[in-house]
Ligand binder design. Structure first.
Ligand code: NAP
Ligand code: ZN
Ligand code: ZN
Length: 347
């Protein structure tokens, strides 16, 4: 076992504090990664607070991991010591079911193994995430980080990037489409950049009027402050595709009414349950869908797309001991636009 400094939540809703965890010695197909940066996703906060139920403690969050391979198992063929790599939300899956065979490991029918707050395939060993100095991962759940993307800006791509890229690809967003991104946070700002790189006309819908300038700087063509009295009336039937990244309760129906005929709204934000009015879908033959991160192959495709289009996240790099303050800011929608932990600050 490899003792590894980490930050963990000892129990639900408790602040994170320093600890030491054990990483396994790399098996034949494992690589050991020295973690350089880890992004801070709103899902980390939902899970630390046990908002989705069934959380396991102590919990070491973090699933936007980039670092350097420092050791490889005897049978590893894909990676060498010194490679710059990433690990996202998944570290294993059954590899045999229909979803796994299709390269959609996130939908593994036997349950994929999450990077943290999950169990290894033995169904006993807890997994611990990227708020730590190193991690041991199967070589098949590791992706290559293109050299041209600065490493701190690459970390958020492993969750925020793939979660916004995958539904836009799956539902066929194309040049000229009118795309709305709801919520300008970690996911939302990646959604703007990626939709723009795909050639769409992009509008940000935000409940924070102060984000207008940032939205335009990030590449949006238009900005709608959703708190304005006539915002929903003025933009009715305007969009082909809406990507909803909001982490808190809001009215789906008012957003669905912003879709054109045959338009699609995809939920990626995961707040508590909210009511849906069938007429919001029936009128206009609209579609409402959801999407969960993306598979390993698509995550690599997304990283290569980002390199090709010069896309990285806008980050605020923080030290490990600033994590609790960062969570407090995240709760106030005050993230510009992803916190990224520099793991060199954790000893
Ligand atoms: P984030 O950085 O905190 O951004 C969320 C944004 O939602 C905020 O910046 C804010 O944007 C908006 N928002 C917050 N409270 C709101 C309210 N009361 N009313 C309206 N809008 C509000 O979070 P994130 O990391 O992007 O994650 C967003 C959500 O996606 C979370 O629920 C997370 O768990 C989920 N997620 C899902 C997947 C998946 O695979 N489906 C993957 C990762 C994360 P404005 O200030 O612009 O309104
Ligand atoms: Zn995430
Ligand atoms: Zn499977």
């Amino acid at each position: 076992m490899i003792p590894t400094p980490a930050y963990a939540a000892p129990e639900a809703k408790a602040p994170l504090a320093p600890t030491v965890i054990e990483r396994r010695e790399p098996g034949p197909h494992d690589v050991l990664i020295d973690i350089r940066y880890c992004g801070v996703c709103h899902s980390d906060l939902h899970q630390v607070q046990d908002e989705w139920g069934g959380a396991r403690y102590p919990m070491v969050p973090g699933h936007e991991i980039v670092g350097t391979v420092s050791r490889v198992g005897a049978a590893v063929t894909k990676w060498q010591v010194g490679d710059t790599v990433g690990v996202g939300c998944l570290v294993d899956s059954c590899r045999e079911c229909e979803a796994c065979k299709a390269g959609e490991e996130q939908f593994c029918e036997r349950g994929s193994t999450g990077t943290y707050n999950s169990l290894e395939r033995d169904r006993k060993t807890p997994t611990y995430g990227g708020y730590s100095r190193r991690i041991t991962v199967d070589e098949n759940f590791v992706v290559r980080v293109p050299e041209s993307i600065p490493l701190d800006q690459a970390a958020p791509l492993l969750c925020a990037g793939i979660t916004t890229y995958s539904p836009m690809r799956h539902f066929g967003v194309k040049a000229g489409d009118r795309v709305a991104v709801v919520g300008l946070g970690g996911l939302g700002h990646m959604g703007v950049k990626l939709a723009k790189a795909m050639g769409a006309h992009v509008t940000v819908l935000s409940h924070s009027p102060s984000k207008r300038e940032d939205a335009m700087r990030l590449g949006a063509d238009d900005f709608v402050a959703t708190g304005e009295a006539d915002a929903f009336k003025r933009n009715a039937r305007r969009f082909d595709f809406i990507l909803d990244t909001v982490s808190a309760e809001h009215d789906y129906n008012s957003y669905l009414n912003l879709l054109r005929r045959d338009g699609t709204m995809v939920l990626v934000g995961l707040p508590e349950a909210m009511p849906l009015d069938a007429s919001s879908l029936i009128m206009g033959r609209r579609r409402l869908a959801g999407s969960l991160i993306g598979g390993i192959r698509e995550t690599q495709e997304m990283l290569d797309f980002c390199a090709e289009h010069g896309v990285g996240a806008d980050v605020e790099v923080i030290s490990m001991d600033a994590i609790n303050a960062a969570y407090a800011r995240m709760l106030k929608s005050d993230v510009r636009y992803r916190f990224v932990i520099d793991l060199a600050t954790l000893s």
